[in-house]
Design a binder for this molecule. Structure first.
Ligand SMILES: Nc1ncnc2c1ncn2[C@@H]1O[C@H](COP(=O)(O)OP(=O)(O)OP(=O)(O)O)[C@@H](O)[C@H]1O
Ligand SMILES: [Mg+2]
Length: 321
């Protein structure tokens, strides 16, 4: 029996760790990540800049050598058989570029040939993918003639040429405008519907929320949580978060903590943040408290339960791009 049959998960990481060395010293980029992604799953690795997303994906795709820990992709160990892993995966790196000497279709066909496909098979597969990504009319174009969204689609198509079991996408929509991003989401959903396992990194919470079956939240090289978006919301951040920023004060916010439906109140200089299951009335009460304290409210935000409030609950920090 092959090792693949024994190891049914698409991705297994066990204590994965990467410490970069060199000036200015040691950087613990990934500090012991455990995760498992099932076949057919759409999995999101979500975290802010510098969280360790690309380093994690780099280790899973054999481009970065782990300092410690193990990982298997399709049952194949990334350290002992990197070539075997590469055959089974498609990778779209954060700064992936097309070969500028080649046309769109040549970029795809050459990738197929590289993976041992015959000329006709590569041409046929390239045609199918260009059709799927609505690039049929651009197939003779050179990369510099493409829009950002088009070239991203070509790069993803190229990564799919050899029918990889697992597709890795490192921030595929980072530089795209909102409409183009949503179009790409539809295409990625279409791939998953055909059975493609996908691991995507993003710092867009909305993206993870909209696409992913499960999400791992990573910050400072550590996984803070890993679950379905729904369960994450139910556990860590089922609350709405009301934040009021003010000048003057201070506000007598103690009474809010005892209010029914309020989970937690955090108060810092010039800012009060209320985590509430039932946020109705909280805002009005905060404004009234500011008024009695003679303070001026300068900003109000009300986040409904989402991955953003989960992140806030997990890290205590607001999630900004
Ligand atoms: N080749 C490298 N050599 C040294 N340090 C690195 C290297 N690559 C990444 N780092 C550092 O490791 C940490 C994690 O970086 P990584 O690129 O994995 O984060 P990320 O989550 O992908 O961030 P981003 O959203 O900005 O792409 C950062 O502190 C980064 O500066
Ligand atoms: Mg990155």
């Amino acid at each position: 029996m092959s090792s693949i049959a024994l190891d049914d998960a698409a991705i297994v990481a066990d204590g994965l760790r990467k410490t970069y060395t060199g000036p200015p010293g040691e950087i613990p980029a990934v500090q012991g990540v455990d995760l498992q992604v099932e076949r057919g799953e759409f999995f999101g690795l979500l975290g802010p800049n510098g969280a360790g997303k690309s380093t994690t994906i780099g280790m899973l795709t054999t481009l970065v050598r782990p300092t410690a820990g193990r990982a298997r992709v399709c049952g194949i160990d990334v350290a002992s058989d990197p070539v075997g892993v590469k055959r089974r995966i498609g990778m779209v790196a954060q700064r992936d570029t097309l070969d500028v000497e080649l046309t769109v279709e040549e970029n795809l066909e050459f990738r197929g040939r590289y993976f041992g496909m015959g000329r006709r098979a590569a041409r046929h597969r390239a045609g199918q993918l260009l059709e799927f990504f609505s690039l049929g009319e651009r197939r003779r174009a050179r990369p510099f003639e493409l829009s950002g969204g088009q070239s991203k689609r070509v790069v993803i198509g190229r990564a799919l040429m050899h029918r990889p079991d697992v597709l890795f996408l490192d921030e595929p929509t980072a530089a795209l405008d909102p409409q183009t991003r949503i179009n790409l989401w539809d295409l990625l959903r279409g791939l998953q519907a055909e059975g493609q396992t996908i691991l995507l990194t993003t710092h867009h919470m909305e993206e993870a929320e909209s696409l992913c079956d499960r999400v791992a939240v990573i910050d400072h090289g550590t996984l803070l949580a890993c679950d379905t978006v729904k369960s994450l919301q139910a556990s860590a951040g089922a609350e709405s978060v009301v934040t009021v920023t003010y000048e003057g004060g201070p506000l007598a916010v103690e009474e809010l903590a005892g209010r029914p439906g309020v989970a937690r109140v955090e108060s810092a200089a010039g800012q009060v943040r209320v985590f509430a299951h039932e946020p109705e009335g909280v805002l009005g009460r905060l404004v009234a408290l500011a008024h009695s304290a003679g303070a001026t409210v300068t900003d109000i935000t009300h986040l409904r339960p989402s991955l953003e409030t989960v992140f806030l609950a997990l890290t205590g920090r607001e999630y900004r791009e």
